[in-house]
Design a protein around this ligand. Structure first.
Ligand code: PMP
Length: 290
């Protein structure tokens, strides 16, 4: 079932001449729905909607509906699909036919879909085996990493292709200057000397990353955002990735270096779970109901 431009339908026809297909001019965002004791709620849906609007604005695209209506559409799709939990995807793209890079018609189509997925295919206890990618994250001057435009994901695709061919689950990507950035579509954290460290710079400042920083601070942990090199990660005590689909996922290996599924990842996962079960002081602020 697809919510497409205001109607719920089973399929959406897409022309091979659609601009969005040919030049990847489309932005998207995702949000995860959790079943709570008070019914289904999205985790920080309003923040995801705000980011979708920001991405669209950056690309010069006008969303066809205001954020408040997209929010309503998300909840109505949830109801129609009889879903209790899962993964909402919001795609705003140029479905109109036009084969030139700068289109004369920038009418934006909006599609919302709801799926049950396990993004990594691995459980928390298994963790992820990562490799340092030879592909780099594009710098701000090539394409701002904070814009969730489809085209921005091609380096991540190449990095994952390389990682999978080498037998790893995930790719850890550096920026052009050799500082650690993030994984293909997850932010990185590691623990060093009892402090929680996360890279800053060329990366999407994820909503889960922001949540983990705030949850860690609330538990009294020392957190630091700074530029880091791969050696800082290699010398760390534990590492994990964060993302909407991934939540908190331990990194158990980076190339030949092994890490345990550590106590801080476990603590952060359990704090995150408390939020989604409405058992945390942040639940009220972060769990969005209709
Ligand atoms: N980095 C990139 C490039 C991503 O696409 C995502 C997924 N949105 C993340 C990090 C994690 O962000 P979030 O926690 O907001 O899902």
């Amino acid at each position: 079932m697809i919510w497409f431009n205001g109607r719920v339908t089973d399929s959406v026809p897409l022309s091979p001449f659609a601009h969005g297909l040919n030049y990847s001019l489309g932005v998207f965002d995702t949000a995860r729905a959790y079943l709570t004791p008070k019914g289904t709620a999205f985790f920080r849906l309003d923040d995801h909607l705000a980011r979708l609007a920001q991405s669209a604005k950056f690309m010069g695209l006008k969303l066809p509906y205001p954020e408040r209506e997209i929010r309503q559409a998300a909840f109505s799709l949830l109801e129609k699909t009889k879903s209790k939990q899962g993964y909402l995807r919001m795609n705003a793209f140029l479905a109109e036919e036009e084969l030139r890079i700068f289109p004369s018609n920038r009418t934006v189509s909006l599609a919302l879909t709801f799926q049950k997925i396990n993004y990594t295919g691995k459980s928390f206890g298994q963790g992820l085996r990562c490799t340092l990618s030879t592909w780099r994250k594009p710098s701000d001057r090539i394409f701002p990493p904070g814009v969730k435009c489809s085209a921005n994901y091609l380096p991540s695709y190449l990095a994952l292709d390389e990682a999978r061919k080498k037998g790893f689950d995930e790719a850890m990507m550096l920026d052009e200057r050799g500082y650690l950035a993030e994984a293909s579509a997850q932010n990185l954290f590691f623990v060093k000397g009892g402090r929680l460290v996360t890279p800053k710079g060329t990366l999407l400042q994820g909503i889960t990353r922001d949540s983990v920083l705030k949850l860690a601070e609330k538990t009294g942990m020392r957190v630091v955002q700074k530029k880091v090199k791969p050696r800082d990660l290699f010398l760390s005590e534990e590492a994990f990735l964060t993302g909407t689909a991934t939540e908190i996922m331990p990194v158990v290996q980076v190339d030949s270096i092994k890490f345990p599924v550590g106590p801080i990842a476990e603590k952060m996962q359990s704090e995150f779970r408390k939020v989604t079960r409405l058992e945390h002081p942040f639940s009220e602020k972060w769990m969005d109901f209709p």
